[in-house]
Design a protein around this ligand. Sequence first.
Ligand code: SF4
Ligand code: FES
Length: 236
Amino acid sequence: MKCTFIIYRFDPAVDKESRYQEYTVEAEPTDKILDCLNKIRWEQDPTLAYRYSCAHGICGSDALVINSRVELACQKLVRDFKTGNNFVIEPLPFFNVIKDLVVDLKPFFDKHRSVRPYLISDQKPPEKERLQDSQDQEFFEPALRCILCASCTSSCPITRTNPGYVGPAALLRAFRYIFDSRDTATDDRLEKIDSQDGVWGCKTMWWCTDVCPKGIPITKCLGQIKRVLKKNKAAK
Ligand code: SF4
Ligand code: FES
């Protein structure tokens, strides 16, 4: 069937303003939106810029706005949309556009790095490995599914109004280590996000949870951090 793709185009190096360009693609209902973008690029317009790598929902590099909602282009099929055969494709909101559908994710990864997304331990390294407690693992398992696609952070209304807010993806990563009993930096981690730029910036709007392509209950996880902070304050 014939599908119409209206795609955001902007090259800051040469364009004064952004525009939308229309393409017609012959597609099957079971084609991924990413397949359609590839058809456009390979068969019609090699100047169209977008990111992807794995094409299987693993690398997190092809998050886009498809018909007004943030989605992974490789995880959505043509038949998944109720808008008939018409698709409007735009870059992730909030981030600066490098070209067309490619945005600059450096601020996202800088914030992710700021929560120290790795295990910190003051214990002597064991001979083999630091075994993970199975109950811990069960508790924070949803957070392990995160593929750092930035869908949550770019959709979050607080991210847009408070540029200092570290954002749901970074807080989710903090959650993962705060509840890992092998990590000994818990107090320091909690102190660093005990602010409006940290976990209290989250106003439980649920947009992050709604758009997460991995079905992670992000808002609930952030709620667990808030609960620990409140409990610690009450105990003082
Ligand atoms: S929590 Fe979900 S939406 Fe956010 S970066 Fe991870 S996978 Fe993407
Ligand atoms: S291309 Fe890797 S997640 Fe879509």
